[in-house]
Design a protein. Structure first.
Length: 315
């Protein structure tokens, strides 16, 4: 969000007005005092210039506060929201859910939840702001057939904590299963292994801390160490049909293809499968893998996309 949009937003004007009024009163007192001392009164143009300078300075202070809360410091990515991208997300979620009002309500709730979780939790939620809000806002609106959730690849577990809370807001009783290797850093084929921008290690302790923010359902989550393609890992968590499967692990075409094949086996009838980073030019293998998968015999139907996440429905 740039300074111009902040200055013209109704929220900023309401927040800044009390501060500006107080400063105006002090300036007026100083002007009256100067007039009494010198007999020279400031011109209206000079007073308008002084007022503009004060308003801009107050806006800079307010923007600094916004930057501390929503800027990239501490997490490596900004959570500032632009009007055009937000409107585009509303339209995408509404197209998937068939309800514009519910789309706006859920995206707004998801954004507040994202900021709260990253403020209180360990680490961050992977992905851009619209991507995260799109997934959190859309999944409950698609009415999964049951409340069993599987997340393949979790990083710090913060997205799962948010999804649990969003499902609970919809009157659901989510039961969460997570599969992740917990290698200390985020793993992706073809990329360097380096420390997270937050400085926090990627491990189960961090995930448990963040899941606790979601209350009893988060604390009760089942966590399985391992890669999703490992037979032992699959056997350990293939004991149920999942109503929601979030595929966000290995982003290579081969890795995504393997996860989709597994999802075919464990998705409950009517399940929602979310494929993260679909259409992201940085991860072309994701779209390639899904397109190829849907050419063959599949239970999945492509419902659409929202902010670089693909949504599928299982037969």
């Amino acid at each position: 969000m740039n300074s111009r949009s902040l200055l013209h937003s109704s929220v900023s004007r309401r927040l800044l007005r009390p501060v500006a009024d107080l400063i105006d009163q002090r300036i007026e007192r100083q002007v009256r005092s100067a007039v009494r001392r010198t007999g020279v009164r400031a011109t209206p143009a000079a007073q308008d210039t002084e007022r503009l300078v004060r308003d801009v300075e107050a806006l800079r202070h307010r923007q600094l506060t916004f930057e501390l809360l929503l800027g990239p410091g501490g997490r490596g990515i900004s959570r500032m929201v632009g009007e055009a991208s937000l409107e585009h997300l509303y339209a995408e979620v509404a197209a998937l859910s068939g309800d514009r009002g519910a789309a706006e309500r859920n995206v707004a709730a998801a954004f507040r939840l994202l900021v709260a979780l990253e403020s209180l939790g360990v680490g961050r939620i992977a992905g851009g702001t619209m991507n995260i809000c799109g997934k959190l806002g859309t999944i409950p609106l698609l009415d999964p057939p049951n409340d069993e959730i599987l997340e393949i690849g979790t990083l710090y577990g913060m997205f799962s904590a948010g999804l649990v809370r969003m499902m609970e807001r919809d009157g659901r009783s989510p039961s969460l299963t997570i599969v992740d290797p917990f290698a200390g850093v985020q793993l992706q084929p073809g990329t360097d292994q380096r420390a997270d921008p937050t400085g926090s290690p990627v491990d189960e302790r961090a995930v448990r801390t963040n899941l606790a923010l979601a209350g009893p359902a988060g604390a009760a989550a089942r966590i399985r160490h391992g890669f999703s393609e490992d037979p032992e890992t699959r056997a350990a968590v293939s004991d149920r049909g999942y109503g929601v499967i979030v595929v966000d692990g290995d982003h290579s075409a081969k890795g995504v293809a393997q996860d989709l094949e597994w999802a075919e086996e464990i998705a409950a009838p009517g399940a929602i499968v979310v494929l993260d980073d679909y259409g992201d030019p940085g991860w072309p293998g994701i779209k390639d893998a899904l397109d190829e998968h849907l050419k063959g015999k599949s239970r999945f139907t492509f419902l659409g996309k929202a902010a670089r996440s693909a949504f599928l429905r299982a037969a």
